[in-house]
Write a protein that binds this ligand. Structure first.
Ligand SMILES: NC(=O)c1ccc[n+]([C@@H]2O[C@H](COP(=O)([O-])OP(=O)(O)OC[C@H]3O[C@@H](n4cnc5c(N)ncnc54)[C@H](O)[C@@H]3O)[C@@H](O)[C@H]2O)c1
Length: 353
């Protein structure tokens, strides 16, 4: 087991990291439940500004300490790690306070709203040798592991493009638009699967429900990668369908990942166009279509949030770099910031910094 210096310079054996959760709203409560059930850590307390949320926590988990002041946990010597599923605009302040006071930190997506602030958190974690992880939940989904393997092993040939749809009706948010609320999930998967640098993005969309505040309900975005791959996403909370779907098109095969399917989440289509990459005078003559079988592989599924939260604790104990570390949060944020700029300029492509 590793030891670490706490604020007073006293070394402590990190057997079971002691955790506090800051933000116990609709998503944060799931972290509270999950950390409380993990036997690799000890959940000590929960902070929230909302009394009702703290009453709910005490009702279900009477042993936990609760406080409206998050600093009671970020500055406590009895806490090793802070989980931050508070509203996005508060992530920077809370995560910074946690890191400054020597706490490992799991911050929900998006890491922050500002690139410089996210960079500061990444630097701080590095300087202080602390784990900084971002809650890109879908990278802990068994189906995404499966996709990654298929893509990396070139089972689909070379990836040409992919598109994602994350649409439903509600929950309408007033503090962020559909891009910032939904797209971090899709962008994190796109960056994970596509082995190339994202260089440019364009985004269009519209605000219908909260026109005055210019909060976009629907956004379509396209990311261009250095190797020519493109990834397109559609996100909306104003749509008749509930769709959570990825489609990947490769030179040899095509795949869909439909997260609304209970069991058969991945389908591999032995479909494609052959001969198109050969230089003939007449391309049309050289091409033939293959339209073969569809296979549905068995995918091992465990609760992604449990995997994510366990991974955070494992990284603290074993001093490992998280799959979704602070840098990964920053990479996703850079795409979001450029996409928002493009959205504000009616789809004008923006370079990703
Ligand atoms: N990974 C996922 O799948 C997923 C899903 C939903 C939401 N999220 C993310 O989780 C975060 C929270 O989302 P939500 O839907 O639970 O929002 P929410 O508004 O329901 O909850 C946010 C909570 O944070 C609390 N809070 C805000 N400032 C605080 C402070 N200074 N101290 C203590 N508590 C504070 C609020 O009182 C509120 O209860 C967001 O970043 C969101 O993007 C992630």
């Amino acid at each position: 087991m590793m030891s670490k210096e706490n604020q007073k310079g006293v070394s402590r054996i990190m057997e079971k990291p002691r955790v506090a959760v800051v933000g116990s709203g609709s998503w944060g409560f799931n972290h509270v439940r999950t950390f409380n059930n993990l036997n690799t850590c000890e959940l000590i307390g929960v902070s929230d500004l909302n009394d009702n949320n703290l009453i709910r926590v005490r009702g279900q988990f009477p042993k936990l300490k609760t406080s409206k002041e998050y600093t009671d946990f970020t500055r406590s010597n009895d806490i090793d790690a802070i989980v931050v599923p508070s509203s996005a605009e508060t992530h920077y302040e809370i995560a910074k306070d946690a890191l400054v006071h020597g706490k490992h930190c799991l911050v929900e997506k998006p890491i922050t709203l500002d690139i410089d602030e996210a960079q500061e958190l990444v630097n701080l974690a590095k300087q202080k040798d602390l784990v900084l992880m971002v809650g890109h939940l879908l990278l802990y989904h068994g189906a995404v592991d499966f996709l990654k393997k298929l893509v990396d092993e070139k089972k689909i040939g070379d990836m040409l493009y992919l598109y994602s749809q994350r649409v439903n009706l509600g929950k309408v948010r007033s503090n962020e638009n559909a891009l910032w609320s939904f797209a971090p999930h899709d962008i994190s998967i796109m960056l994970y699967l596509i082995d190339s640098k994202p260089i440019r993005v364009s985004a269009t969309g519209q605000s219908f429900l909260q026109k005055k505040n210019n909060i976009h309900d629907v956004v379509f975005f396209t990311i261009y990668f250095e190797n020519g791959t493109i990834a397109t996403g559609q996100v909306s909370w104003l749509d008749p369908h509930k769709i959570r779907k990825f489609t990947i098109v490769g030179t040899k095969k095509m795949i869909t990942f439909d997260d609304m399917e209970v069991r058969e989440k991945i389908r591999i289509y032995d479909k494609g166009v052959d001969g198109w990459d050969v230089s003939y005078d007449s391309y049309a003559e050289s091409m033939s279509i293959h339209d073969g079988d569809i296979s549905i592989p068995k995918v091992v599924l465990t609760e992604p949030l449990k995997r994510e939260d366990s991974h955070f604790i494992e990284c603290i104990i074993d001093k490992k770099k998280p799959l979704t570390d602070g840098q990964n949060g920053l990479d996703v944020l850079k795409v979001l910031v450029a996409a928002q700029k493009s959205l504000d300029n009616y789809g004008k492509p923006e370079d990703i910094l």
